[in-house]
Design a protein around this ligand. Structure first.
Ligand SMILES: Cc1ncc(COP(=O)(O)O)c(C=O)c1O
Length: 358
């Protein structure tokens, strides 16, 4: 069935090998993020077999629920990455060992629910170092101390550590100076409350580049990696991580029409199906293949054809239009594409896209 994701588990495994070596070099524990592939069972199983991975994390509790039992049997801990919704507190305590938090009201609810379930739930307190997404603002030290003080008095919550997330909303790049703030805060919390922060989580795939440069501050001891795992990208400067594959997951789609037509549409140009005014280049009459995959399944701008003699012209909700510059394609033939993170996310989320594994 097409469209289809071709998932190479061996290549993903090699990506994990490379990341586990990097994490070791940076004295970090490894948390692998499962959300971009909607916690696909086969990929999760591959991760669970990997000794170096200590944590599996997801932003959706439903994904965590799908693998929590298997993760625990494999000796891994489960982590909710997105701050818990009030409406999901019961499931968070049930399925996640650890959750990222920044609101004391939510943590109080987690404590109450953990008491009810007779469990101890771990909390990673998020600190906003300037990216301006989640977290207590790093300059409000008294507010941070007050929250820690209250958490440390809770009977069913354990303050497991602090963490930060960068390069998400504000596109702020992790550097030794902003990450040092996290280490400094860790020390202040530890000395003020005579406690230990087990985890100091220094970010996502955008922090990876600091390790080979020896610029990841000492004291950062965890990284939460999604894109680095599935596509082998470090996301601070969007470069490739040596020793990883970016074609472990490919899209294969089938041609449903292939004809010679002009490259310029004929008639008055209005807006396309998405309300945008399209721009066309006049290349004369060209061979145009239409493939049965569209914006409902992926992001056409995030696809790169493996056949260098083809070029994506655009797409609509159900169609991808490709200029075939040379070579012969017929109805029923397929084309393969590399995918970027955005395209990848949508492909795994679309129920219309099949998956095959090798
Ligand atoms: C809090 C948090 N940590 C880590 C990640 C992983 O990010 P990346 O895929 O860039 O490694 C995400 C996003 O998926 C996130 O929201």
């Amino acid at each position: 069935m097409y469209p289809q994701l071709l998932i190479d588990l061996e290549k993903l495994n090699q990506n994990l090998e490379t990341l586990s070596r990097l994490a070791k070099e940076g004295d970090c524990s490894l948390m692998i993020v499962t959300k971009s592939f909607c916690a696909d069972t086969r990929i999760v199983d591959e991760i669970l077999e990997h000794d170096a991975v200590e944590y599996l994390a997801d932003s959706r509790i439903r994904n965590i629920a799908s693998y929590a039992d298997r993760a625990h049997i494999a000796g891994k801990e489960t982590v909710l990455l997105r701050l818990p919704m009030v409406s999901e507190v019961e499931e968070v305590v049930r399925f996640a060992d650890l959750s990222l938090n920044s609101e004391i009201e939510t943590i109080r609810l987690l404590d109450r629910e953990a008491t009810r379930q007779n469990k101890t739930h771990k909390v990673l307190l998020m600190i906003d170092l300037g990216d301006l997404r989640e977290g207590l603002f790093f300059r409000d030290e008294e507010a941070i101390m007050a929250v820690c003080d209250e958490i440390l008095k809770m009977r069913h919550i354990r303050l497991f550590g602090i963490g930060t997330n960068l390069t998400c909303y504000g596109a702020i790049i992790p550097k030794s100076d902003n990450l040092e703030q996290l280490v400094r805060l860790t020390k202040r919390i530890q000395s003020r409350f005579s406690t230990t922060m087990t985890m100091v989580s220094g970010g996502n795939s955008s922090s990876v580049y600091l390790i080979p440069k020896k610029q990841l501050p000492r004291g950062i001891n965890n990284l939460r990696l999604g894109e680095a795992f599935i596509l082998g990208n470090e996301t601070a400067y969007t470069s490739r991580i040596p020793g990883t594959h970016n074609d472990a997951v490919l899209l294969r789609a089938q041609i449903i029409e292939c004809k010679e037509k002009p490259s310029l549409p004929i008639g008055e140009v209005g807006v396309d199906a998405f309300g945008e005014v399209p721009h066309y280049e006049d290349k004369g009459v060209i061979t145009r293949a239409i493939l049965a995959v569209g914006k409902q399944d992926t992001d056409p701008g995030g696809l790169t054809p493996l056949d260098a003699e083809t070029e994506i012209l655009g797409g609509s909700s159900d169609h991808l239009l490709v200029h075939v510059k040379s070579g012969t394609y017929r109805i029923g033939d397929t084309m393969d594409f590399r995918v970027d993170y955005g395209a990848f996310l949508k492909l795994f989320t679309s129920p219309y896209v099949a998956r095959t594994y090798r």
